[in-house]
Structure formats: C-alpha cells, structure tokens
Design a binder for this molecule. Structure first.
Ligand SMILES: [Zn+2]
Length: 306
C-alpha cells in the first residue's frame, strides 16, 4: 500500500482537526503555518492552519507592527480544536433516543444506519491509505448506500466528502473531483418536512463546493475541479430556490462573493478562472444542470486538466 510522505499525511490531519479553517478567525485556511517558523518541522504540534491575513500577521518580521506571537497562535489553536470537536460531537448526537421508545420502522432505520456507518468507517480507512486511482474506486463503493440513505448517513458521508474536497490543494486529479460531485448528487437531498436537516446537508455541500473552487483557483489551477465545484453550487442553488430555502440560496451567494473577492485580493488569479466563476454565477437562475456556454480558451484549459 502506498503511503503519503509524513508531511502530506500531517497536512491532511491538520485539515481535519481544523475543519479546513483558520484557527484564529474561522475563515478558509489558506496557509499551513509552522508555529516555530522552522518550515522543516512538520510535526502536527508545530502546524496551524491560518487564513492569508493571519498567516501574514504570524510571520511578519517587523517588531513594530502588531504581530501574532507563537504563543497566541497555540492558544487560538487549542480553543479552536476544542470547538471543532464539540461541534462534531453534537452532530453525532442526533439519535440519542432510547431504543425502546422507537417504533419498528424507526428501529429498522436505526439499525440500517448503524450498519452503513460501520461500513463508512471501513471505506474511510481504505480511502486514506490509497493512492489517487484507488481513492476514486473507494468512493464508488458509496453507491451501494444510495437507496438506503437517511439524513444521518447522508450527513456523515457529506462530512467525509468535505475532507476529500480538501485534497484539491494537494493536487487531487479531476477524476476524484468528479467522483465527489456524483456522490454529492446522491447524498444531498431536500426533505421538505425537515427543513433544519436539509439546511445542514446543504451547508456541508456548500463547503465541499467552496473548497473545490477556492483551492483549485489558488493552489492547483485545475479548471475541471473548479467547474465541478461550481456545478455543485448551482445544483444546491436550484434545489434551495425551488423549495424556498432562503438560508441555502444565501449561502451559495456568500460562497460566490468570497470566491469573487479573490480577484481583488492579489490580482494575479488567472483571468480565465474568474471569468468561468462569473459565467456560472450568471447562469444560476437557468434551469438544468449543464455547464453554461464557455469560451474556447476555458474549454481548452478544462480539457488540459481532465
Ligand atoms: Zn484568520
């Protein structure tokens, strides 16, 4: 079995621990920061995920300006990890009812969920140990869950896909990104009687899409992944609008806002990538899940990354 090098593996673990966010402010984490400023020290204890702004503050040389000290980073990180753990525990707590209070149908669903979640843990283990090609195969095993999905199972699968989407920055190939897209299609669903749960599934899906778009523009410059991330956003938007779930349509628009702000931040993002984002955004209100009409230059770039 192929293993990632230790620093890559620790990077992945850092993303999970930090929920892919800056441990100071909770925005998208762009930089893996070495707390002791020694970039060869890739021990997990020495790594903290930071947004570009806080990374700048933590590495700023001048002693005159406000600086984020290593001590402060460690303190923020400790509190942030605690918050992430608490949030996850809460999510796992969904069915803390006594079994004897369930009717037979609920009991059957609970047992089915337990079996699927057990299976999911095996799939995750297999995924983390595989190379890109094997990982794509592994994700395909989730198809078997499809018809048996419940809110609980979908929540766990989407959370797993969120971690997978974080591989975008590590150069995830297009095939794996497409697999993430189709699993999203199977596991995100709208239950009009359970609006709160639908919003939770939508939030996770929005984060999956955001990670794919944002990181493919900044890190991997893979246009196919950008396109599939944008397609997830569109799919979410259409469903949310159709069922009048304003909380979700707003989230999609917020993601667009943050992605489009990349343009003004550094100014060196590929023109084509931002053009593609705008084309998809203008296409949000159109029905149907096809790519919008894209100029030849972009189609060529997508072909090159396919
Ligand atoms: Zn930050």
């Amino acid at each position: 079995m192929k293993r990632r090098n230790p620093s890559k593996e620790n990077e992945a673990r850092l993303m999970v621990l930090s929920d892919s966010k800056c441990c100071v402010c909770g925005k998208r984490g762009d930089h893996i920061h070495h707390v002791d400023l020694d970039s060869s020290n890739n021990n997990l204890e020495n790594l903290a995920l930071l947004c570009w702004q806080h990374h700048e503050e933590a590495t700023r040389k001048s002693s005159m300006s406000k600086k984020l000290s290593p001590r402060a980073v460690l303190k923020y990180r400790e509190l942030y990890y605690e918050a992430v753990t608490t949030k996850r525990k809460k999510a796992l707590d969904i069915s803390n009812t006594y079994l004897k209070s369930l009717n037979s149908e609920q009991l059957f669903q609970t047992v089915t969920d337990a079996v699927l979640l057990f299976e999911l843990e095996k799939i995750k283990d297999e995924f983390y140990g595989g190379d890109w090609k094997e990982q794509e195969e592994t994700l395909r095993k989730l198809n078997w869950f499809g018809e048996r999905r419940s809110y609980r199972v979908s929540y766990e699968v989407l959370q797993f896909l969120e971690y997978v989407a974080d591989y975008t920055r590590a150069g995830m190939p297009s095939g794996l990104a497409m697999a993430v897209y189709s699993r999203f299609e199977s596991f995100f669903f709208v239950d009009t009687k359970k609006k709160k749960q639908t919003i939770e599934l939508g939030e996770l899906s929005n984060q999956i899409a955001f990670a794919m778009v944002y990181d493919s523009i900044i890190h991997s410059k893979n246009f196919t992944i950008t396109a599939y991330g944008l397609l997830i956003l569109k799919s979410l938007y259409i469903d949310a609008k159709h069922h009048k779930i304003a909380a979700l349509t707003e989230q999609v628009l917020d993601s667009y806002k943050e992605i489009l702000s990349l343009e003004s931040r550094h100014g060196d993002y590929q023109e084509e990538a931002m053009e593609m984002v705008k084309k998809f955004k203008n296409d949000l209100e159109t029905h149907g899940l096809a790519f919008p009409a894209l100029p030849d230059t972009i189609l060529q770039l997508m072909k090159a990354s396919a």
